[in-house]
Write a protein that binds this ligand. Structure first.
Ligand code: LMR
Length: 309
């Protein structure tokens, strides 16, 4: 997708740096061979390596897909601890070798907390440049509304994912609209079923990752990759006028969310910078859900920091 221009546009040549672990070196070389064989006009060079320094050297964009997945019988603390050590090492390499204004997108779970650890160990990368992926959840929310209303997904906009990329996330449709032949209409008005919106819709989006794992016996791949391209494209090239997207970003205290967490907010992007959409009205129902997912992030953060000792 990146080599075809889906992430940075059809006029932007790219050099792909791909990092994998030693045990996967041969398979990584196979991927490199395939990329060469695809003869992508935009792909100017490929660096396929198991050396984190070589991988991070001068990169402008870092997409962090590597992580340790949860295995049967593993405690959450073990999972966090394994990922903390991976992110600590990769952060140090990015800190020393990436381009000064490198933009980072963390995808591997626990994505928000991995991003926080990365920020901790790459202090010279501006905190505004370290983000995590909740665009996948955002797109899932758009898709659920589109299916329910039988409208095209591109006519639905301005859903919000608040909080953690986990089952406590809060998919919020209170400000979402659909473009119809009669103009923009509110999703709540069109769906006209608050029970569905406040219960089933939220649970479906929260549990979608798990539903895909159950069906495929593997995590989402295509939709996650596509969402990663969406996230980066909008960050670098800007969000369309009147539209916001969801990104996991460093909280500045907006909407009463504790500063110092990587929390998903509605954002607009222009000139390579994101800004949190301000001034949205938050009702009581939303407040409780936004705080619950923040509480989970506070717990994850303290668990992660306890693994650093
Ligand atoms: C997803 O949302 O599809 C993934 O984050 C799920 C997972 O745990 O890998």
């Amino acid at each position: 997708m990146i080599a075809r221009g889906a992430m940075l546009g059809p006029d932007q040549p790219v050099i792909l740096h791909m990092l994998d672990i030693e045990a996967a070196a041969e398979a990584l070389n196979g991927v490199k061979m395939e990329l060469i064989d695809a003869a992508f006009p935009l792909l100017k060079d490929i660096v396929a390596t198991t050396d984190v320094v070589e991988a991070c050297m001068d990169v402008d964009i870092a997409i962090m897909v590597g992580g340790f997945g949860r295995k049967e019988g593993m405690e959450r603390k073990d999972l966090v601890s394994r990922n903390v050590s991976i992110y600590k090492a990769q952060a140090s390499a990015l800190e020393k070798h990436a381009a000064q204004d490198c933009k980072v997108l963390v995808i591997a779970n626990p994505a928000n907390t991995n991003a926080l650890i990365l920020k901790e160990f790459a202090p010279s990368i501006p905190e505004k440049n370290i983000t995590c992926l909740t665009r996948l959840d955002h797109n899932r929310a758009l898709a659920q509304i589109s299916e329910r209303l039988d409208v095209h997904v591109s006519d639905v906009k301005n859903v919000i994912i608040w909080g953690n990329h986990s089952s406590t996330q809060y998919p919020d449709v209170n400000h979402a609209t659909v473009t119809t032949s009669y103009g923009e209409k509110s999703v709540r008005e069109l769906v006209a079923d608050d029970h569905w919106l406040d219960m089933e819709f939220i649970t479906t989006v929260q549990q979608r990752g798990a539903a895909i794992i159950n069906a495929r016996k593997q995590s989402s791949a295509l939709s996650a990759a596509s969402a990663a391209c969406d996230h980066m494209r909008d960050w670098v090239l800007g969000t369309p006028k009147g539209t916001w997207v969801s990104m996991g970003v460093y909280s500045d205290g907006s909407y009463g969310i504790q500063p110092g967490l990587i929390y998903s907010f509605p954002v607009t992007c222009a000139n390579g910078k994101w800004s949190i959409v301000q001034g949205l009205k938050i009702d009581k129902f939303s407040r409780v859900k936004m705080d619950a997912t923040a509480t989970e992030l506070v717990e994850e953060k303290s668990l992660a920091y306890s693994c650093l000792d």
